[in-house]
Each structure stands twice: as structure tokens, then as C-alpha cells.
Design a protein around this ligand. Structure first.
Ligand code: FMN
Length: 452
């Protein structure tokens, strides 16, 4: 059974000691971020900031580490990839919610709209202002009306205006560009506080024709219940804590940024479109959500890692069925550094797999292929393979002028280059046996169990 809403997830976390209340006053400017960064360094629980200077509690750190991600998916490390792949392969259509929706218990429009009453933190010292970082944007393709959901950041400009940033290769950005070209308004809704699977499903890499509610339903194993927004025809999750409805205003460009981003660097300030808020709706006793982004590892990275890994693994396996696992490291921003475990079937296949990974929407700078005996989630194992299964002149190659991620701080006008490393044993050639002590994993040695 999936979590019905954020509250169901919070109650599971609380029961297992994975949600801690902070009842003393904590400032939204910087101190929430400091608490989250410190908590994240010890892979701590989610935190609920109850006294944050607003009437709403602020929960954050919900995607703070892999342990919390596994609780969200009700999975284990052994089953998580299959669980997500099966969900992607079994889409489930959304349904209309019957009756008055919880997310619209309170409806604020016109002069009642006031974003400054929400607990929106300022995270890093050079940030351009407070940022909504845990929002899921719903928007529709103006040509096809197909809905997209994705995580996007929003800078709080004033009581009813937000700054918008979407990379041009992301669907929200494409929808904005189409609406501008067609001279039609683009409506959107920022969804805050949902069943965590909806949040993780935003990061599944799917084509522009995909109705993302089907993906979210598939991952949940049950349909997402939707309700019509108050000021547009968009549909939003009925059980969300908050919905911020808006229209993108591309004529009113304002300075957006800087923001400490997932690369670990500030993205510079620049003129960007604004979002004019047309309604804020929320549940009674609504809970707002924060999310730390910045130098890896943050929630941003945990949120992306599992859906990205499964998405790219599925794509590559269609062509290279002997790929057994794929890791996209958090330290590489869940973007630049991909490690693939595979048993090559012919000379040069590892290199083909590397080129296919380089051509994926990730735009990685480093792709390493190792044999299946390497634990690709342990950097020491990967480095061991690179040390003793690689002849650099033969097995390392550079592809010039590959496109980089839009937020990469070190690019050459949008281009970079990508390095491929074939760290598999040479194909069809005798190679020395690994000198590992046999059966040590199952060897009984209670003397070192240290009371565990
Ligand atoms: C917490 C978080 C915040 C993000 N903020 C942005 C953003 O402001 N702009 C952007 O273009 N992508 C942002 N992303 C990345 C996109 O959400 C992500 O790549 C997603 O796959 C885009 O999906 P879509 O093209 O289907 O909308 C963010 C990701 C996360 C996890």
C-alpha cells in the first residue's frame, strides 16, 4: 500500500524514529539550512521546524539519505531497482478525486495571497533570497495538453511574485518556450507536501509525450487522485498540503539568483521570467516543506539518484542486456560520473556502452565500465578496477565537444568533453585470478561484532 499523503509518510517516519521535532525557534534565514547540513552530514532523520516564525510547521530533510529513500519506497537495497523499474513498466492512470479536496480546504485569492506568510528558507549566504526548493511543478504542453510534473526552484520576489528558472532541456522550460511562441499564457501549479513517491517519480526520465501522472501512479501501485485547480484547468494532487497556482509572465523579467545549486556552486543571477500567483490553496493545519540543495550530498541528489539510475539502466539495457547494474554517483551531482557493471559479449562492447551512456540526457563527463564482480557502489572497488584492469593508452578515450549540463560551472559555451574508461578485463584474453580470501563473508567471527 502506498502512502496516501505526506502525513501518512510522516507518521511512519515518526514511528521509526526518523522524524524529529525541533520546537525551539529556528530562523528561516540560514539556520534551517545549517541544521539540515549538519543533520545530513550524519545521515540523520527528517526534521520538523515547528517554531519558524510563521503559522505553518516546516518539514525538511525528507529525502536526506538513502535510508529514508528506501522507507519512502517501502523497499530494500536489494529490491529497489526492480521495484522502480516495475513501476515504470506498469503505468497507472490518475483518477478524479471525489468530493471537496483536502488541498483546497483553504482557498486564498486576490489580496489574500501572501507568499511571505509561508516558511520559505534562505539556504546559502549568497542566495538571491528565500527559495521554494521542494515544489513540484505541474504544467501542460501547450500543443498537446500533456501534463508534466518536475521539481523546479522558485525565488520569492514579493507577496505574489516568484522568480522562475527552468533549463531549456526540461519540460517546464519547453512548455514556457512554446507558450511564448504561441502568445498564450502558461498556467502552472507548485505542489508542496505529497506522498514521497510522487516526488521521486518527477525524476524518472521519460519522453515529452509522457503523462507523468501515469508514471507516478505506476510507481505508487495506485492511481494519483487529482482535483481541478481553482484558477486554471490544470489538475493537482488532491491530498497535497499546499498548491500555489500561477501564470508565467515572460514579459516581466526580474533578477533571479544566485542560488547554491546541486553542483556545489552558485548559479549566477540573471534576468528570468516571473510567476504571478493566482491562488494559494492549502489544507487546514498545513505543513510546508523545505529541501536543502548545494554541495553534494544533499536531498536534491538523493531525490534524483534512484529514478535516474533506473531510467538510464532501462535505456541502456535495451541495447546492452548484459549490463547488471549502473551507478550515478551523488558526489558527481547525480550527473557527471556514471559507473556501469557489465559482462561484455564481444570485443569493444564496453566502449559502445560508454558511448551510449555519454549520449543520454545526463550529459556525463566520466563513464567507467567494470566487470560484474566489482561493487560499483564502492569507490574503492571501482578505483581498484581502474588501477589494475586498465591500460590507459588503450582503454581511456576522450570524446570532444559533448554537451554539458546547463548548470555546470566549468563549460566551454555549453560544450565540454567526456572521458570513457573501459575497466573490464581484456576481452577473450587470459587474466590472473583475483586473490581474495574465500568465504570470508560467511565466516563466523562473533568476537568483533561489538555488541551489534
Ligand atoms: C530539488 C530539485 C530542484 C530542481 N530544480 C530545478 C530547476 O529549478 N530548474 C530546472 O530546470 N531543473 C530543476 N531540477 C531538475 C529537474 O527537476 C529534473 O531534471 C527533471 O528530470 C526534469 O523533468 P521534466 O523535464 O520531466 O520536467 C531540480 C531537481 C531537483 C531534484
Amino acid at each position: 500500500m502506498p502512502y496516501k499523503d505526506l502525513r501518512a509518510f510522516l507518521s511512519t517516519l515518526r514511528q521509526s524514529g526518523e522524524l524529529v521535532d525541533i520546537t525551539r525557534p529556528i530562523a528561516l534565514q540560514y539556520d534551517v539550512a545549517k541544521a539540515l547540513a549538519k543533520n545530513s552530514s550524519v545521515e540523520g532523520p527528517a526534521l520538523m521546524f515547528k517554531d519558524n516564525g510563521t503559522e505553518f510547521p516546516l518539514v525538511a530533510g525528507l529525502y536526506g539519505n538513502r535510508r529514508l529513500a528506501l522507507i519512502a519506497f517501502e523497499s530494500t537495497e536489494d529490491t529497489i531497482h526492480d521495484r522502480v523499474a516495475k513501476g515504470i513498466d506498469t503505468p497507472i492512470a490518475p483518477v478524479d478525486f471525489d468530493g471537496p479536496a483536502p488541498c483546497q480546504e483553504i482557498v486564498l485569492t486576490g489580496d489574500d495571497i501572501d507568499l511571505t506568510k509561508l516558511p520559505v528558507p534562505t539556504y546559502s549566504p549568497k542566495d538571491g533570497g528565500p527559495y521554494i526548493t521542494a515544489g513540484i511543478v505541474v504544467s501542460e504542453d501547450p500543443d498537446t495538453d500533456v501534463p508534466d510534473i518536475g521539481n523546479y526552484r522558485f525565488q520569492l520576489h514579493d507577496a505574489h511574485t516568484l522568480g522562475v528558472f527552468s533549463a531549456p532541456n526540461h519540460r517546464f522550460g519547453k512548455n514556457i518556450a512554446k507558450a511564448v511562441a504561441r502568445k498564450v499564457p502558461l498556467h502552472g501549479a507548485i505542489v508542496i507536501g505529497v506522498d514521497p513517491i510522487i516526488a521521486y517519480s518527477c525524476q524518472v526520465q521519460s519522453g515529452d509525450a509522457t503523462n507523468d501522472w501515469f508514471v507516478a501512479g505506476g510507481l505508487r501501485g495506485e492511481p494519483v487522485e487529482l482535483v481541478k485547480a481553482v484558477t486554471s484547468t490544470l489538475k493537482v494532487p488532491a491530498h497535497a498540503e499546499f498548491i500555489i497556482e500561477f501564470v508565467v509572465d515572460s514579459d516581466d523579467q526580474r533578477v533571479e539568483g544566485p542560488l547554491g545549486e546541486y553542483t556545489g556552486y552558485y548559479t549566477p543571477a540573471s534576468l528570468k521570467p516571473t510567476a504571478k500567483v493566482t491562488a494559494i490553496t492549502h489544507r487546514r493545519d498545513a505543513i510546508f516543506q523545505g529541501l536543502l540543495t548545494g554541495k553534494p550530498i544533499t536531498e536534491n541528489h538523493v531525490l534524483k539518484q534512484i529514478p535516474f539510475e533506473v531510467s538510464i539502466l532501462r535505456q541502456l539495457r535495451a541495447q546492452f542486456p548484459t549490463i547488471s547494474d549502473l551507478s550515478i554517483t551523488s558526489s558527481g551531482g547525480v550527473q557527471t560520473y556514471v559507473v556501469i557493471a557489465m559482462a561484455p559479449r564481444y570485443e569493444g562492447e564496453a566502449r559502445h556502452a560508454i558511448l551510449a551512456a555519454m549520449a543520454s540526457n545526463l550529459h556525463p563527463k566520466w563513464v567507467v565500465v567494470v566487470d560484474p564482480d566489482i561493487d560499483i557502489r564502492k569507490s574503492s572497488e571501482v578505483e581498484w578496477a581502474m588501477s589494475f584492469r586498465v591500460k590507459p593508452r588503450e582503454d581511456v578515450f576522450v570524446v570532444d565537444r559533448t554537451a554539458t549540463a546547463p548548470l555546470d560551472p566549468y563549460t566551454d559555451g555549453g560544450y565540454s568533453s567526456s572521458v570513457g574508461i573501459d575497466a573490464t578485463r581484456p576481452f577473450g584474453v587470459e587474466f590472473p585470478d583475483v586473490s581474495e580470501v574465500p568465504d570470508w563473508r560467511s565466516f563466523d567471527l562473533p568476537e568483533i561484532s561489538r555488541g551489534k
